[in-house]
Design a protein around this ligand. Structure first.
Ligand code: CA
Ligand code: CA
Ligand code: CA
Ligand code: CA
Ligand code: CA
Length: 342
């Protein structure tokens, strides 16, 4: 082959294939609309009966859905344009332990709202316990952070402003106070806080993954951990999730929308491990993924190693036709085997 042709062939060669992990379950869509609606999941592990755990997820044009581990829709609450959702179990809310759920509401594009709920896992339903509004911006990303006995919410506004809100959960309605803010200056959304290490990770869609120290006494200075370089992360960088191991180890997962993959970084230094795609099973894989969530531990025999949930921006039905968006559920152990060989 002449050199020029060889060069052209190399340029045209597709990137090395990534390991594929099939989805085990897909959630029942909440709407018949084929538009961009499903966005972000959160996982509640039922400690008494792990097989009866719940998947909470946002429909960013309608409200919040709760599914069981078979993907069946158990409840839907029309709470508004809820974009992102997160939760923490075992939180004292007005003196009574429970599951704290938070969601960012962009129904009013000029006034970002943070809604707080107590999860009633039996019903299952969300019981409103307070709403906190910020003066300006558009609500977008949201994640919770437990800092000793204190619980903070991080709101990531669409314009790139991050607000750290210290919640007062001593009575209902819950209140909150913005204690720090930082402006990344371009569209950002995905975030996750590591409660062990006091580190917050934020995805700036087209730019980079950043790390922040969550301690209010320190400067809110971003540390770049990865560029959206078109090699490991393809714009947009979206949902983030953490698998903790030990004191400060584990893995950080990041949705790389542009190549329909999930990139994996090793904690605490955020060195690159590799990537995978959710694909290759009887259920269609994930494309254009927004939010992701994971939870290690026992979820019953179908979920070795824990549970991983990912939004699917391009859901297909059995006939391979376009269908309303949903979420795919994958055994976490299968993912770890694919990316770490363990
Ligand atoms: Ca989307
Ligand atoms: Ca989430
Ligand atoms: Ca989103
Ligand atoms: Ca799909
Ligand atoms: Ca499907």
């Amino acid at each position: 082959m002449p050199h020029t042709l060889l060069f052209a062939a190399l340029l045209a060669a597709p990137p090395a294939p990534l390991p594929e992990v099939p989805a085990r379950v897909e959630t029942q869509p909440v709407t018949a609309s084929k538009g961009d609606t499903a966005d972000d999941p959160a996982i509640w592990r039922n400690p008494k009966d792990p097989a009866k755990s719940l998947i909470l997820s946002t429909d960013k044009k309608a409200g919040l859905a709760i599914h069981d581990l078979s993907g069946r829709l158990l409840s839907f609450q029309p709470l508004g344009d809820l974009n992102n959702v997160d939760l923490r179990p075992d939180i004292s809310i007005a003196g009574r332990k429970g599951v704290l759920v938070a969601a960012s509401d962009r129904s009013d594009k000029d006034v970002p709202r943070l809604h707080l709920f107590r999860l009633d896992p039996e019903a299952p339903t969300l019981i409103p316990i307070g709403t906190i509004a910020s003066p300006e911006g558009q609500a977008y990303g949201l994640c919770l952070h437990r800092r000793g006995k204190q619980v903070d919410a991080f709101m990531v506004h669409k314009e790139g402003v991050i607000e750290q809100i210290a919640l007062d959960l001593s009575q209902v309605p819950v209140t909150g106070k913005v204690i720090r803010r930082f402006d990344l200056k371009s569209r950002s959304e995905g975030c996750v806080a590591d409660d062990r290490t006091g580190r917050l990770y934020v995805a700036e869609d087209k730019v980079a993954l950043w790390r922040f120290d969550t301690s209010p006494g320190r400067a809110m200075t971003p540390v770049k951990i990865a560029d959206v370089d078109g090699v490991r992360l393809h714009k947009d960088a979206e949902g983030l999730a953490i698998l903790p191991r030990g004191k400060d180890g584990g893995l950080l997962f990041a949705s790389s929308q542009g190549d329909n993959s999930i990139a994996v970084f090793r904690l605490p230094d955020a060195s690159y491990v590799g990537a995978f795609r959710i694909a290759g099973g009887p259920i269609d894989g994930t494309e254009d993924t927004d939010g992701i969530a994971l939870h290690p531990g026992d979820f019953g025999k179908d979920w070795p190693g824990g549970l991983f949930a990912a939004q699917d921006g391009k859901n297909r039905n059995d006939a391979d036709e376009k269908a309303p968006q949903n979420f795919k559920l994958i055994p976490l152990g299968t993912i770890l085997r694919a990316v770490e060989g363990r």
